[in-house]
Design a protein around this ligand. Sequence first.
Ligand code: H79
Length: 447
Amino acid sequence: VSITLKHGAHRLGKRTDKQMQTWRNYGLGQFIHWGVYAIPGGHWEGKYYPGAAEWIRSWKEMPKEAYDNLYKQFNPEKFNARGWAKQAKEMGAKYVIITTKHHDGFCLWPSKYTDYTIAKSPYKKDIIGQLVDAYDAEGIDVYLYFSIIDWNHPGYRSSLKTEADRKEYEDFKTFTRNQLVELLERYPSTKGLWFDGSWDKAWIEQAEFADELGRELREMIPGLIIGSRFRADENGNRHFDTNGDMMGDYEQGWERKIPETIEDIHGNDWDCVMTIPENQWGYHSDWKGHVKTSNELIEMLVKSVSLDGNFVLNFGPDGEGNIRPEETKLAAEIGAWMDVNKEVVYGCGYLDWKKQDWGYYTVNRETGKKYMVVFNMPVSGALRVKVPDNTRPDKAYLLEQPESDITIEEIHRNEYFVHYKPMTPVKKPFVIVIETTESDADEGHYQ
Ligand code: H79
């Protein structure tokens, strides 16, 4: 039974329009976290900050005043928007999400509603504008990240405890609305907004305001895409409303984690945003702990696509505007893999065949072409495939080598071995294309 909500989900099921189909078919995206936090890079006065670099202002070891004056030093002379966009293109990214303003409130565009912007830094020039132009020129769709948390605005509160708080927060709401309208007016090629920080108690209470604001923004750019991390319903439920229906165009709850099974995604569109180290978004000069390899990242990408999602890999450039060498190397390795295998990612999604231990299936949504992306090669050389009723796999070949002959052996009803013995040790995930014949008649030769 559903209850009537004024500010719950405004649509059940997936969006079917062209813009959303484009979003769904991206497969791979790039996230960019850049701001004045890139200057300290996770250190203050020689001390190492163990948290996420973009959070250093909240660290007791760093005076707020010191942080709030960093912008006076922000002069990233190495910044080359076209170089970043070219690298993203070579990696295979189809969209980019850029931090216009993180929780610290520093704006990478010259906002007319605050002085805490790039215009007041020694660098002066509009960074968002340069990035939008550069990525647009590479044919990579631009999405703007915007934090609802703003530690710099005098009216900002994380929760509203007094009447005075409420009054101040009204100013902050107006400011937030003005900045968002300003961004869409300045950068009309924007395809969507990626909101963050909307878990604040103060924001959760603004269901009506946020709903209205979302409507206004969507009117400015028809087809604008906004995920589920923007607004709460009137009962304070986030992502999913009181009836359990998702609010927004895709589920935005997969931060540094990936769903395990198709049941986890409840039939919704979704994206996974992922860091290269365990938890660093902005530039941290000293990555500690495990740093993901390109093989791990490619597996996350393929797993996301196999479960009908997009995978968005984060980059945190340094205070001078350089993309760090570790990120450049990973981007190149992912790009080299994508060069050969991109057709298993773009335009692909979930195939309703039982998941097997060797890797992931993906299927092209338009052509129905089916792929086995192999990450764990069985020592037997026999890759198990279980198919639905009335589906017979009758041909398999390597994507890289279409003339390769891979035999298929029927072992049970609806169950086959795809026999493949690689001649050289497998060092990269590889792809087998599998062709099937569907028939209505149940052949029934197994009792
Ligand atoms: O922008 C990235 C993160 O900075 C942001 N979302 C991604 C995309 C984010 N903000 N908050 N969180 C993620 C989760 C909150 C983590 C916290 Fe903490 C735990 C805040 C305080 C305790 C991490 C650890 C930051 C400070 C200590």
